[in-house]
Structures are given as structure tokens and as C-alpha cells.
Ligand binder design. Sequence first.
Ligand SMILES: Cc1cc2nc3c(=O)[nH]c(=O)nc-3n(C[C@H](O)[C@H](O)[C@H](O)COP(=O)(O)O)c2cc1C
Length: 167
Amino acid sequence: MKEIITRRSTRKYERKPVSDDQIQQLLKAAMYAPSAGNEQPWHFVVVRDRKMLDEITRHHPYAQMLKQAPLAIVPCCDTGTVKYEGMFWVQGISAAIQNILLQAEHLGLGTCWCGVYPRQELVDKISQILHLPPDIIPVAVVAAGYPGEKVEMPDRFLPERIHYDKW
Ligand SMILES: Cc1cc2nc3c(=O)[nH]c(=O)nc-3n(C[C@H](O)[C@H](O)[C@H](O)COP(=O)(O)O)c2cc1C
């Protein structure tokens, strides 16, 4: 799948909006991700309001690309749906986020995964801005939009990181 190799984080965006249909495709890709016991612990907050996007940049120092990006998707965990001890939900939500990034690449959109959880100060701020209920944890802010830059992918394949049968 070529999108795995061509995807890079995008930190410069065109102002052009992302369509409702494209957003739907990103969220559909997210919801087809694997999760522990098929718990599907996710909710997604779609942020397009310019004031809200700017507000996020005032509190997330590493999400400044949202000053340009027309869209952010905030994948959240509904802790009420989690089935297992040990926070497997982090892996499920992360798989959903990666699906969003790859689907976006497929659609010609750029993205940047900006971490939120487990930084408590970011969790608190994003929860406050988005009016999240207490049992909902924001895991990341995914900026998305038409890329205003083209970043090439360097060769990352490292055969020395692969171990067969034992280390
Ligand atoms: C958990 C996680 C948190 C990240 N947080 C940020 C962030 O806050 N701001 C940002 O600009 N990039 C963030 N990134 C993107 C990484 O910097 C980026 O994936 C990495 O440098 C590799 O580059 P690439 O995405 O172009 O392959 C994050 C990525 C992950 C997986």
C-alpha cells in the first residue's frame, strides 16, 4: 500500500476546506481499526470552527499547524466502554488514528498526529475546550487539510532492527 510509504506529517496547510464526504471517509477508516476484544472505545470530535481551532493552538504548544489547518479530529476514549484492565484502549485508539492518517493520504490530504494523552495538562485543556464529559479522554488532536508543503519520506527500513526467532 503506497500510502504507508508516502505519508509524512504535514505542518503547513492550504485554507481550502475538507468536505463532509472526506471527513466521513476518514472517520469510517478510523472505526474499522482493530481494538482489544473489539471494544471500539472511540468517539471522535470533528473541529472545523476557526475560533475553536485557534483556541486549541493557545493551549497545545506543538499543534500550531492548526492556525492554518481547516480541520482537526480529536479521537477520544469512552472509558465507560473499556473492557480490559491495562489500558489496551490506548492501542485501539492509536490504530484508529493511524487509519485516519493513511485514509487521508489516500485522499490527497495531509495530517499531523499531535499527542494529548497521557499529558494530563493537555488532556485537561482539550477536555475543557471541547466540553468533554468526565469519562471521555482526548487521546490526540489530528490536524488535517490540503497540504501546503510536500515532505518526502526518507528511507526508514532498518534490517538490523529485525530479529528472527530470538533477539
Ligand atoms: C504519539 C505521537 C505524538 C505526536 N505529537 C506531535 C505533536 O504534538 N506535534 C507535532 O507537530 N507532531 C507530533 N507527532 C508527529 C511526529 O513528530 C512525527 O510522526 C515524526 O516526527 C515522524 O515524522 P512523519 O510523521 O513525517 O513520518 C506525534 C506523533 C505521535 C505518534
